[in-house]
Design a protein around this ligand. Structure first.
Ligand SMILES: Nc1ncnc2c1ncn2[C@@H]1O[C@H](COP(=O)(O)OP(=O)(O)OP(=O)(O)O)[C@@H](O)[C@H]1O
Length: 297
């Protein structure tokens, strides 16, 4: 069975980022996506028709749009894990100023996890049901940081505490079936931030959770962003999630960015008919409670 390290695409040799004179200034973008186009070679069709955004540390960008609009493919391109026969056919993706669209698998292993990481929907599917969850997080730490098992265990417990799991020692020894969906997503977030990435992609990470737990996970992501300068890419079909977390939003429809701008501006004063439609659909879920009136913003 594949391990959590493999599922998170973590390879030995990835190390936690150490401060370096080579690092760009804190305000320089950690992620720049410029006019990225993604095609399906098998079907000979372009799926994503030019997406651009830029993310500096501690900022959050949201990508919203209907199912199949290309949100996940855009994220997978930034993670270097596009499905077979998909490729970036135009544009560029830079992480820390380095173009990553043509990296080899080996070059990717030095970057992924330690610089850019991700959490997806359905956290249970990323965990092995027959191994204690804490051991799986510790294994990610051991592989990434090359530390001994005892130290990896200590750091795993610290991380479980950092993602606000009550009684992290107890959780460390539990199996995935003993934990709720919200707890499992916290465990996955702990694993995703284990090597101190600068960018975290949260792709429908709260979609399967009930509203209260979803709010707690969103608070956790907001805390991480504030306290560690983590930059977030938040993919959601739920505008309320994006309204709560993101500074900027991109509205995707059929692979096309139909609207993009500061979240409040786009959600208060949508220019595109499709954005208006999305907002109308979400009003019943209480979107307005996340939107501070413009004059108070
Ligand atoms: N592994 C794959 N194999 C074949 N086609 C795919 C694959 N992944 C995505 N696609 C196609 O690419 C298009 C964009 O998919 P993507 O997953 O990026 O959409 P999305 O906006 O994230 O949708 P959802 O909200 O349903 O996840 C889809 O229409 C789908 O047909």
């Amino acid at each position: 069975m594949t391990t959590l390290s493999e599922k998170l695409h973590v390879q030995p040799g990835e190390t936690t980022r150490a401060p370096s004179a080579d690092l760009p200034a804190p305000s320089a973008p950690v992620l720049s996506v410029r006019d990225v186009r993604i095609s399906d070679r098998a079907g000979d069709r372009e799926i994503v028709h030019g997406v651009s955004f830029s993310l500096t540390p501690g900022r959050a960008v949201g990508i919203v749009g209907e199912s199949g609009s290309g949100k996940t493919l855009t994220c997978r391109a930034a993670l270097g894990i596009l499905p077979a026969h998909f490729e970036v056919t135009d544009g560029s993706i830079e992480i820390d100023g380095r173009d990553i669209t043509h990296l080899s698998q080996t070059q990717w292993t030095a970057l992924r996890g330690a610089t850019i990481s991700a959490v997806f929907q359905d956290p249970a599917s990323y965990l092995n049901p027959s191994i204690r969850v804490g051991v799986q997080v510790a294994e990610v730490i051991r592989v990434k940081k090359g530390v001994r098992r005892r130290e990896a265990r200590r750091q795993a417990i610290d991380l479980l505490r950092a993602v606000h799991l009550r009684d992290p020692e107890l959780v460390y020894g539990q199996y995935s079936f003993e934990l709720s969906g919200g707890m499992l997503q916290r465990v996955l977030i702990a694993a995703a931030i284990a090597a101190g990435p600068r960018i975290l992609i949260a792709d429908e990470a709260t979609t399967a959770l009930d509203v209260t737990v979803q709010a707690e996970i969103l608070d956790l992501l907001a805390d991480l962003r504030e306290q560690t300068g983590l930059a977030l890419v938040v993919v959601s079909h739920d505008l309320a999630v994006v309204a709560q977390l993101c500074d900027e939003v991109l509205v995707l429809r059929q692979g096309e960015v139909v609207e993009q701008g500061p979240t409040r501006q786009v959600l208060h004063d949508p220019r595109h008919e499709y954005t208006r439609l999305l907002i109308a659909e979400h009003e019943q879920y209480g979107l307005e409670k996340f939107l501070v009136p413009k004059e108070d913003a």
